[in-house]
Ligand binder design. Structure first.
Ligand code: PMV
Length: 325
C-alpha cells in the first residue's frame, strides 16, 4: 500500500483562464503548455491500517488547515473510486523549486499526488484517467501528467469525463528554453480561483478572450510542429497579454503585475528589437517566464539578472511527464 511519484510543473503558452464549472474544475477554453524540467515535486503515499485520518507533510513539515483539507478532499475522490473509503494515508511531499518566492507548485504537486495515491491504493488508471483525476486538485495540474507540449481539452460533457490533457509533442521534440525570472518580492494578491471567477463574471473583455482561443491554438500547434520559434513566441506572448487584459476590465479591476514585471517585459521587447528572438509569458502572479533558444542562453541570463528587482533566474528545458520512483 505504498508508492512514490515525481511530476514536473508546466507553463501555459495558451492560458487556461476561467471555469465553466467550479466544483468539477471544467475550463471555458482549451489550453496548451510546456512541461518544465526545472521545477518538480516528489510525493510518497503510504496507506496504513492504524490511521483514522490522513497525515500530510510538505517539505518535512506537518500541514494543517485549508491546505491539508484540500489534499484530503482530493484523496477522498481516489478512496471512493478505489472502493476503500476508510483507507487513510501518510503523505510526504517535497517541492523542488528554487525559492518560495511566489512560485506555484500546485501543478507538479497534484500530478505527483494523484499518481502516487492511485498506485498505493491499487486503483488501475491510464494516463487519461490520471489527468482527469489530477484536474480535480488543480486545473492546470492535469497537463503535468505528460512531458513536452501538452493540450488540455476542455471537453463538452457536463460530468467532465472528456476534459483531460493530451500530449502534442514529447520533451525531446524541440530544445527550447524557459527562464523563470523570480522577483525579490512576489506576493500574489488575488488567487487564480478568485481571479478567474471575478473575470468570468464581470469582465466585458472575457468573451473576446474565449473567442480568440481557437485561432491561437491552431497557429501555435502548427508552430510547434514546425519548430517555428518566432511563430510560437508571438502567439504565446499575445495570448498572455490578452489574458491579463481581461483582469483590467473586471469589476473591481485587478492586475497580477508589479513594476519589476514591466521592467522584464520591456527588457524582452528591447532584446527583440536588437534582433534576439525572445518572448515572455506570465501566469496569475508577477513572475515572468522568458522563452528563447539555447544559443541565446548567456545573453538572456545576463540581461535578466541585471534588472533591478530580479532576485534569481532558473532555466528549464522541456520536462518529462509523471514517473514512479
Ligand atoms: O490551475 P490553477 O488554478 O493554478 O490556474 C492556473 C491558471 C494560469 O496559470 C494563469 C494559466 C494556466 O493555464 O496555467
Amino acid at each position: 500500500m505504498k508508492a512514490a511519484a515525481k511530476a514536473h510543473t508546466n507553463i501555459a503558452l495558451i492560458k487556461y483562464w476561467g471555469k465553466r464549472d467550479e466544483s468539477l474544475i471544467l475550463p471555458m477554453n482549451n489550453s496548451l503548455s510546456l512541461t518544465l524540467d526545472g521545477f518538480y515535486t516528489t510525493t510518497a503515499v503510504e496507506f496504513q491500517e492504524n490511521l483514522t485520518a490522513d497525515r500530510f507533510y510538505l517539505n518535512d513539515r506537518l500541514v494543517e488547515g485549508a491546505e491539508y483539507r484540500r489534499v484530503t478532499a482530493f484523496l477522498d475522490r481516489i478512496r471512493q473510486a478505489a472502493g476503500r473509503p476508510d483507507a487513510f494515508a501518510e503523505i510526504h511531499s517535497t517541492n523542488h523549486v528554487p525559492t518560495a518566492a511566489g512560485f506555484a507548485s500546485s501543478a507538479s504537486g497534484f500530478a505527483a499526488l494523484a499518481a502516487a495515491t492511485a498506485k498505493a491504493i491499487d486503483l488501475p488508471v491510464n494516463e487519461q484517467q490520471l489527468s482527469i483525476m489530477t484536474r480535480h486538485g488543480s486545473g492546470s495540474a492535469c497537463r503535468s501528467i505528460y512531458g513536452g507540449f501538452v493540450e488540455w481539452e476542455k471537453g463538452i460533457k457536463a460530468d467532465g469525463s472528456d476534459s483531460y490533457a493530451v500530449p502534442i509533442a514529447p520533451a525531446d521534440h524541440w530544445d527550447i528554453r524557459v527562464a523563470a525570472v523570480i522577483l525579490s518580492s512576489a506576493e500574489k494578491k488575488v488567487l487564480s480561483r478568485e481571479g478567474m471567477r471575478r473575470t468570468v463574471e464581470t469582465s466585458s473583455y472575457y468573451p473576446a478572450w474565449v473567442d480568440s482561443i481557437p485561432d491561437d491554438l491552431a497557429a501555435i500547434k502548427d508552430g510547434i510542429a514546425h519548430k517555428d520559434f518566432e511563430k510560437v513566441g508571438v502567439i504565446a506572448e499575445a495570448n498572455c497579454l490578452r489574458m491579463h487584459a481581461t483582469t483590467l476590465a473586471a469589476s473591481p479591476p485587478f492586475s497580477y503585475w508589479q513594476s519589476t514585471t514591466f521592467s522584464i517585459m520591456e527588457a524582452v521587447q528591447d532584446l527583440r528589437e536588437a534582433g534576439v528572438p525572445v518572448f515572455f509569458t506570465i501566469d496569475a502572479g508577477p513572475n515572468v517566464k522568458v522563452l528563447y533558444l539555447p544559443e541565446q542562453e548567456e545573453t538572456i541570463r545576463s540581461t535578466l539578472l541585471g534588472i533591478p528587482g530580479v532576485h534569481d533566474v532558473t532555466v528549464s528545458r522541456p520536462g518529462q511527464g509523471v514517473s514512479y520512483i
